[in-house]
Design a binder for this molecule. Structure first.
Ligand SMILES: *Cc1c(COP(=O)(O)O)cnc(C)c1O
Length: 364
């Protein structure tokens, strides 16, 4: 059996350091925010090359708090990709605003900057690109459109830890960049965790206040905030894993290169990587009109695959009230029917990659 992702292997590689870090927190007697959370915030900001990082409870909260900090609310519109994980949309709905979908460039699966302006209305407040599968969205044109129309840019970087756009790490391009450290992400905790990074001190401070009951000073609450604090136990684990993130990303890159080399002649649509992009290879996503048959054949051969994502947010029952027809976003719809993610992770063995390649080739 080759699992889609082996999270236990990641723990075993770092067992000594992680056990020590967890024990350090347990022995400190300090279990909410505090020095461990602050140390991770400083180290992750440094890694991203940004001035500030604020740890929160998960990636969805990072997105929601980013929008709240920008005072996005009812009556406002936020431009989101038509194909993304539903969290991107849920954050917009959570603050009472309306998600306005824009189709991706089919080759990269990322929001197509050329389609954004047509979706802008007088109610638009924020552009919310997603670096889907670890591959940066084309940020320069997105930032230029935002400047021209006086909009903010919030990035959903939940899949893009360590990805580079034109040689520069994701983390400080837009006004606020949102991170998830869900265990399966490239930088993953042993539970839920998230963060925002930004170069704007006021926004960072505002999010730090919002995540902690709307309070800067204990028992003094200036706004109705939430409880969405980064757990110091998770921060301690993340500090250990941050040290190996680049090494693990290299390994992902090597696996992706092997897949792309050995699947080149199969007729499958392989991931396209623009020359300005250095993907973090969170996922290796193929496309095939016979995707379901391919997935079944791989399952038969003991190879775990996943579909990211089978139903685009605009077709989910959760968004039925927006009234989109099934064919309203044909690119997102087609991608949802054709994508399949092969096993990918820093602990996937090269001999297993060879077996996966063999099985894919014999299945198509
Ligand atoms: C994982 C993910 C999120 C949400 O992160 P959680 O930590 O699970 O809340 C948001 N957006 C994208 C694109 C994701 O992949």
């Amino acid at each position: 059996m080759i699992p889609f992702l082996d999270l236990r292997a990641a723990y075993l590689e770092l067992k000594h350091e992680i056990d020590e870090a967890v024990s350090r927190v347990l022995n400190s007697g300090w279990y909410i925010l505090g020095p461990e959370a602050e140390a991770f915030e400083a180290e992750f900001a440094d890694y991203c090359g940004t001035a500030h990082c604020v740890g929160v409870a998960n990636g969805l909260d990072a997105l929601t708090l980013a929008l709240r900090a920008l005072e996005v609310g009812p009556g406002d519109e936020v431009i989101v990709p038509s194909n993304t994980y539903i969290a991107t949309w849920l954050a917009v709905s959570d603050v009472g605003a309306t998600p306005v979908p824009v189709e991706p460039a089919p080759a990269t699966h990322n929001i197509d900057p050329a389609r954004i302006e047509a979706a802008i209305t007088p109610h638009t407040r924020v552009l919310l690109p997603v670096h889907l599968y670890g591959q940066p969205a084309d940020l320069d044109p997105i930032l230029a459109i935002a400047r021209q129309h006086d909009l903010n840019v919030v990035e959903d970087a939940a899949q893009a830890h360590g990805a580079l756009y034109k040689g520069e790490r994701i983390g400080g391009h837009g006004d606020i960049v949102c991170w998830s450290f869900y265990p399966g992400k490239n930088l993953g905790a042993m539970g839920d965790a998230g963060a925002i990074t930004t170069n704007d001190a006021d926004l960072a401070e505002r999010i730090a206040m919002l995540r902690n009951y709307g309070s800067r000073e204990k028992y003094v609450n200036e706004v109705r905030g939430v409880n969405s604090r980064l757990d110091p136990l998770q921060a301690a684990v993340l500090r250990v894993k941050l040290k190996v993130l680049d090494k693990w990303t290299e390994r992902r890159r090597a696996i992706a290169a092997l897949y792309s080399e050995h699947l080149a002649e199969t007729g499958l649509v392989l991931p396209a990587v623009p020359e300005w992009s250095d993907s973090a290879w969170h996922l290796y996503v193929l496309r095939s009109p016979r995707r379901d048959a391919l997935q079944a054949a791989l399952k038969e051969a003991g190879i775990g695959t996943l579909i990211h994502y089978p139903i685009p947010p605009y077709r989910q029952q959760a968004y039925a009230d927006l009234g989109f027809a099934n064919e309203a976003f044909p690119i997102a719809n087609q991608l949802a029917g054709e994508v399949i993610s092969l096993p990918m992770g820093p602990h996937l063995q090269f001999k297993d990659v060879e077996k996966i390649v063999r099985e894919v080739r014999s299945a198509v």
